[in-house]
Design a protein around this ligand. Sequence first.
Ligand code: SF4
Length: 246
Amino acid sequence: MRGRVHSIETFSTLDGPGIRMVVFLQGCHLRCRYCHNPDTWSYSLASTSYYSSEELMALVRRGLGYYRNSGGGLTFSGGEPLLQHCFVCEVFERCHQEGIHTALDTALYVPPSRVQAVLPFTDLFIADIKHIDSAKSRWLTGQSNDLNLANIRSINAAGTQLWIRYVVVPGYTDAERDITALAEFLAPLSEVKRIELLAYHTLGVHKWELLGLDYDLHAVEPPQADEMQRLQEIVQQITGKPVYVS
Ligand code: SF4
């Protein structure tokens, strides 16, 4: 089996614990209006690379000293890596055989069977919540959040660790009632070890223009630091969990 790969970063400190290799898989079925990687949407671009699990493992082994000594490992990101769940399983199973930590950065808007398939080989899910309100999720991403929230609950019930990421888009995802509902959803989930509130930014807008796509959020400004801090305090108070802003 070969995976469709958009790009590879060999020294990331952002996508899971420690130093990690991050493999961005090609293809995404969502259409988030703030997406900063719309070049990952298509299932195959001319620039897509194809890797076997052995070829990827050879790359991981090259940096193994850094990854192991820092408590890091391998992260699959995207696009949506669970569109290639069989490939993820194959690589993560090999990682586990070699004692390498595995993390999956996913929106989880996928059938539960795909999550169940990767669960035994995934140490950490870095899961997005796009919007806690289903209708607003549909507007923001093209799909309701039913699968997203159900998958988060089932990963938690399986006892696998989760980090949650939520993009704060002023005027769209930052209403206090939505932030409160988000925190109330997360509070009882014991495996949610970390919550990250990410400030909306416009760094990927040029990609939309290059791809000839209409970007709807031109009028939206990134949130102020004090507003991010206010939302952080709300989520921290309700959940009692570590909440980070960036
Ligand atoms: S899930 Fe990620 S890659 Fe897919 S559209 Fe949303 S932000 Fe972009």
